[in-house]
Write a protein that binds this ligand. Structure first.
Ligand SMILES: [Zn+2]
Ligand SMILES: [Zn+2]
Length: 123
């Protein structure tokens, strides 16, 4: 426990983190430690990666925008997004674990995040 997220995340995961929506709150560590969830647009704290802080309400992981389980069924939508492999970084986004669970295996092609906005009142 208390292992750095760098221990668990791949270089691609870090790239996905870096390319995520920026937070701009007042906290000193904001630039180095905050991004926004693709689903609820509220803060995600880097050090709260789920493998590091499994009990945190802020825990986060990486969501497949087009769900793994439905990738074959949704190939046409994947192609429209130039995604040719379920694990392509273009098919991934950072989300709170609770937001990711709400999204489940849904996919709505009208939204870049594959779902729409989640009003997450737990954060
Ligand atoms: Zn912040
Ligand atoms: Zn969220």
């Amino acid at each position: 426990m208390n292992q750095s997220p760098y221990y668990f995340l791949t270089n691609t995961d870090i790239e996905i983190w870096n390319n995520s929506l920026d937070c701009d709150c007042e906290v000193d560590e904001c630039i180095s430690n905050h991004k926004l969830c693709a689903l609820c647009k509220k803060v995600i704290i880097f050090n709260s990666y789920e493998a590091c802080q499994p009990t945190s309400q802020y825990k986060w992981n990486i969501d497949h925008i087009i769900p793994k389980s439905r990738f074959n069924e949704l190939t046409n939508y994947a192609n429209l997004r130039n995604i040719y492999n379920v694990n392509d970084k273009k098919n991934k986004q950072i989300t709170h674990v609770i937001c990711n669970k709400i999204k489940g295996d849904e996919f709505n092609p009208n939204f870049e995040n594959g779902f729409g906005f989640i009003n997450n009142t737990n954060i």
